[in-house]
Design a protein around this ligand. Sequence first.
Ligand SMILES: [Zn+2]
Length: 177
Amino acid sequence: MSEDHVSIVDIDATSDSAPALGERLRTWLVENGIVRQSDAPTFQKIELEPGPSFSAVLDAADAGVVPGSVEISVGRRVYDTGGNGVELSCSQCRAHFEPDDRWFDRVGTWFEGDDAVAYPCPACGFEQRLAEWEGPFAMGFGNVGLTFSDCPPPSDAFLERVKQLLGHRVRIVLRHI
Ligand SMILES: [Zn+2]
C-alpha cells in the first residue's frame, strides 16, 4: 500500500520559539474542530486525530477526505519527499532541476545545525538557503511542521491561515511512501 503524506513546514521558526508555536498550532486546530482535543504534549512529536471539521483544511473537491493521522513536529527536522524524488524550481530563471549529490551533502550539514547552508541553481547560479528552495517536490527544513498522513494537499486558504497563525513563511512537502 502506498500513501501520500503532506507536511506544512515553518521555515522561519527558531528552535527556541518552536515549542510555543507548536502549541499555538495545536490549540488553533482543536478550537476549529480540525483535530480532536488531546492531552498537552510532552514530547517533540504531537500525534492528533482528525476532527469533525477536517474538511476546512482541503479544497472543496477533496471534502470528506479524512487523513490517517495528524502530527505536529517540534524540533529540527528534515522533511523528505520519499519516492517522489526531489524537483526544484528556480525563482530567478525558472529552471526545473533535480539537485545532485551536493544537495544531499548539504542536507546533512543543515541537520547538524547550519541554517545558512545554501545551494546554487545549476542553470543560473542563483544561491539560496536549502529551506527556501521551492519546487514541485521540494524538501522541508524547519523546527515546526504539521503533517497529514494519507491526505491530499491543503487548500491555499488553509495555508494562508497557517502562515498568519505562525507569522512565518511555510513550505509544502509532498511525501510518497
Ligand atoms: Zn536559476
